[in-house]
Design a protein around this ligand. Structure first.
Ligand SMILES: Cc1cc2nc3c(=O)[nH]c(=O)nc-3n(C[C@H](O)[C@H](O)[C@H](O)COP(=O)(O)O)c2cc1C
Length: 437
């Protein structure tokens, strides 16, 4: 029997233009102001979500390809999600807010102090989505760019350093006794002295300890090194994997093994599988959407090409749709994995049109070919995931009110009726909600 699962929302366009490029979403919102994010945060809390993760990329990419990223606002501009978080906390009482942070961008002492401040201000509802993108390193220092695994090593040193600062106040250090007038006992503050490969700093931290746990650590990396990082450090892992039983169980086992290898317990990590559902009013509507997507027109393909051009920093919109895609157009900055995801099993001789059409094609929940279907069909999928031991899912989308309401309006009552979605929150913030079941 499936029980409660955890629900998160991945704000896939970060703190940037919401709904841009979709004329039907032109509601005249100002993405630079807090209102749209606060409205969405209230909606997600009303819906019983545990957390919202704010995507981020601090860089606009290389000088030659900046235009590809900003022209249709797929890759920027993006404002700083850490500074957006307090506005979302202000609008809610239970929702966890998880800005994306890159260890390259913050010195550990600054980070420990800022995150501590936000954890206290929010009533222990802060999480941190720790990412290791190396391409943006040049904005933060003149040091040579790190390799993939070395960036994870740095992230681990950074997090260890932050935790040692958070823990530099021993039990009993905070006194706050009005009768004696003593606020803190300085003899119980530990002098942290860190001299590592990437960072050097001294403590203790000038911020008081937490009552209800440290900020939750969230991680999205899916490589072997990424899973190892999650096992050793994370409270939540964001998973991208096919949603068949073998893949789901296999992914979960890899994370759990990594946790146990790091001396933790498998129950210490919640694994949320990312899904971008299209919820329809009827099965017929879902069938129509899937059928229409089988043969997309050129306008749809161009829109997909624009997004791919931004993600891959390579202009696909200038190419002939009916000629084979030559992989040599991708610079060395584009990973083989990303090119492979575009080309799939169609091979290099296939025309660009075939690759973009494959991305345009939608599938149904019912036969597990995709994520289009009714709320009841979606709930069936979630129940099946639950039967395989799954902890929860991460719904993926922007924060435009139309996106949120199209996705949630029918879904929430169905999930509640089936006992999959929480009606009440725990006391004690994000960590308490994650551990409640
Ligand atoms: C669900 C999900 C969300 C992600 N969010 C971000 C993000 O906001 N910013 C970012 O720079 N990378 C993001 N990533 C990319 C990862 O941080 C990581 O760089 C990528 O998965 C490559 O690491 P890996 O080789 O360990 O998989 C995300 C990945 C996934 C699966």
């Amino acid at each position: 029997m499936t029980g409660l699962q955890h629900f998160g929302w991945f704000l896939a366009r970060g703190f940037g233009p919401q709904g841009w490029g979709y004329p039907s979403l032109d509601w005249d919102y100002d993405w630079t102001r807090p209102d749209i994010y606060q409205e969405a945060a209230r909606t997600l809390e009303q819906a019983g979500f545990d957390l919202v993760i704010i995507e981020d990329a601090p860089s606009l990419g290389s000088a030659e390809t900046i235009d590809l990223r900003v022209r249709h606002a797929f890759g920027g501009p993006k404002h700083d999600p850490l500074l957006l978080a307090p506005y979302m906390f202000q609008a809610t009482r239970h929702l966890g807010v998880v800005p994306t942070v890159n260890p390259a961008a913050y010195l550990p002492y600054t980070a420990a102090r800022q995150f501590s401040s936000l954890q206290h201000l929010s009533g222990h509802r802060l999480g941190l989505n720790v990412v290791t993108d190396t391409g943006s390193a040049r904005h933060f220092s003149a040091e040579p760019q790190l390799g993939h695994d070395a960036a994870y090593d740095r992230a681990e040193e950074w997090l260890d350093g932050i935790r040692s600062l958070w823990r530099s106040w021993e039990d009993g250090a905070l006194v706050a006794d009005r009768s004696t007038g003593v606020y803190a006992d300085g003899s119980r503050l530990r002098a942290v002295r860190h001299r590592g490969e990437h960072f050097a700093f001294d403590g203790p931290l000038n911020a008081i300890p937490f009552d209800d746990g440290e900020p939750a650590i969230v991680s999205p990396g899916g490589s072997g090194r990424g899973l190892g990082f999650a096992g050793a450090n994370s409270d939540v892992q964001l998973a991208l994997a096919p949603l068949d039983e073998q893949s789901v169980r296999g992914y979960r086992a890899r994370i759990h093994d990594a946790a146990v290898a790091a001396g933790r317990s498998a129950q210490d990590i919640k694994i949320l599988f990312a899904i971008q559902p299209v919820i329809t009013a009827s099965a017929e509507e879902a069938d129509r959407i899937v059928a229409a997507s089988a043969d997309p027109d050129d306008a749809v393909l161009v829109q997909i090409a624009r997004k791919q051009s931004s993600d891959l920093e390579t202009d696909l919109t200038a190419l002939d749709l009916d000629r084979p895609l030559d992989p040599s157009i991708f610079g060395t900055h584009v990973s083989r994995g990303s090119i492979q995801r575009l080309i799939g099993d169609r091979g290099e001789g296939a025309p660009l049109r075939a690759h973009l059409t494959a991305l345009a094609r939608a599938g149904r929940f019912t036969d597990r070919t995709g994520f289009v279907g009714t709320a009841e069909e979606f709930a069936d999928l979630i129940e099946e995931l639950g039967d395989w031991g799954n902890d929860g899912v991460l719904l993926w989308g922007d924060f435009h009110p139309v996106t949120l309401h199209r996705t949630l309006d029918e879904l929430v009552p169905v999930l509640r009726r089936r006992g999959i979605l929480r009606r009440e929150y725990a006391d004690g913030g994000l960590q308490a909600n994650l551990r409640a079941f």
